[in-house]
Write a protein that binds this ligand. Structure first.
Ligand code: PLP
Length: 381
């Protein structure tokens, strides 16, 4: 018996699970899923042990540990010049995924339209659809994956409730520029359109570029929910902790959802993260750390036939294989995993219509020797 009429009939096992399983089965180097292949800082894990042993093991306050919220607001003020009220405008969440889901659950009603960009990270569209909303995809311009604002304008109408942006961008590694955010500002000004800005890779930008946050743009900030992830910023994706920031009227509604989804998040880790940010200042060199890994990976594939699509941020490198094969990207990614021992993600899976530009995504948040080994394999293809 199965009396359920699925709310998400088209959602199956994600490609990330599939490719990781295939990588395991074939003993392949796994550059598919986006998680660091190295340990978190021992100072951070030691702090978790400390707070566990000190008995910080009961519920944290619903919006998150106040000390941590204050620390984060000070950080945001210093970094983006943005004044955030720690009591009413920030909430600690079970990762960015929960923040995104509950942001959408708080505001999207059946028939509301959400403009988002393809290729898109995979948790956005299902969250919209499950609430009866309509995802309206605007394709990023291939191959530089920039935003076509004229195309965005054409999609806007009285049903547009939300525009969802993501920078640094997964899967493409592109960044929004100051000019992009000024265009966005112009497009939404005089409307009631809201913005959800996924900035989980805020600390990973390359070649001297700074992360442009909507928080630094007052006209955007006043209508934006911005989400962040400690998984990305502290190399601890398995902790599933993050936070989000919005004006009080929006955060009030968000918290109504948050409190009946998770109520509050893991308490000892919030103490540990607060202590760690205050005493170890972890965010300063993350870009440099990953830029070196990106460059190592690029140097190791220099002699390959793959074409590099510039990566300006995140820990994902796109490679175009159109000069190597005309197989579709899913088949080619499977072949690489099974026959050559290297797993990646085909970028078509991030498009609603599975647009195939013959591009694969490789995660370079891995140990150096693994990146060099992967590069050597790619040079043989
Ligand atoms: C663009 C983007 N947003 C959100 C998330 C989810 O973050 P978290 O693990 O904190 O839920 C990810 C994770 O890969 C991501 O790449």
């Amino acid at each position: 018996m199965n009396p359920i009429n699925s709310k998400l009939p088209n959602v199956g096992t994600t490609i990330f699970t599939k490719m990781s399983a295939m990588a395991n089965e074939h003993g392949a180097i796994n550059l598919s899923q986006g998680f660091p292949g190295f340990e978190a800082d021992k100072n951070l894990t030691a702090l978790v042990t400390k707070y566990l042993n000190e008995g910080k093991n009961q519920y944290a306050p619903m919006p998150g540990l106040l000390e941590l919220r204050v620390t984060l607001c000070n950080y945001l003020q210093k970094t983006y010049g943005s004044e955030i009220n720690p009591n009413s405008e920030i909430t600690v969440t079970a990762g960015a995924t929960q923040a995104i889901y509950n942001t959408i659950s708080a505001i999207i009603r059946p028939g509301d339209e959400v403009i988002l960009f393809s290729p898109a990270y995979d948790c956005y569209a299902p969250a919209i659809e499950v609430h009866g909303g309509i995802p309206v995809f605007v394709p990023l311009d291939h191959p530089d994956y920039s935003i076509n604002w004229e195309a965005v304008k054409k999609q806007m109408n009285s049903k547009t409730k939300l525009i969802l942006i993501n920078s640094p961008h997964n899967p493409t590694g592109s960044l929004v520029t100051k000019k992009d955010l000024e265009q966005l500002q112009e497009i939404v000004s005089g409307t009631e359109v809201l913005i959800l800005s996924d900035e989980v890779y805020e600390h990973i930008t390359f070649d001297g570029a700074n992360h442009e946050s909507v928080l630094a743009y007052p006209e955007l900030k006043k209508r934006s929910m911005v989400v962040y992830s400690f998984g990305k910023s502290l190399h601890v994706t398995g902790w599933k902790l993050g936070f989000c920031v919005a004006p009080e009227w929006w955060m009030d509604e968000f918290r109504k959802m948050h409190q009946y989804t998770v109520f509050s998040c893991n308490s000892p880790m919030q103490y540990a993260i607060n202590d760690y940010i205050l005493n170890h200042k972890p965010f300063g060199d993350t870009s440099e750390f990953y830029e070196r890994k990106r460059d190592l990976f690029l140097a190791s594939i220099k002699e390959s036939r793959f074409k590099v699509i510039p990566c300006k941020g995140t820990y994902f490198q796109l490679l175009d294989y159109s000069e190597i094969s005309d197989m579709n990207d899913v088949e080619f990614a499977e072949k690489l995993t099974k026959e050559h021992g290297i797993a990646s993600i085909p970028v078509s899976v991030f498009y609603p219509d599975l647009e195939d530009n013959k591009v694969l995504r490789f995660c370079f948040a891995k140990e150096d020797d693994l990146l060099i080994k992967a590069g050597k394999i790619l040079c043989t293809i």
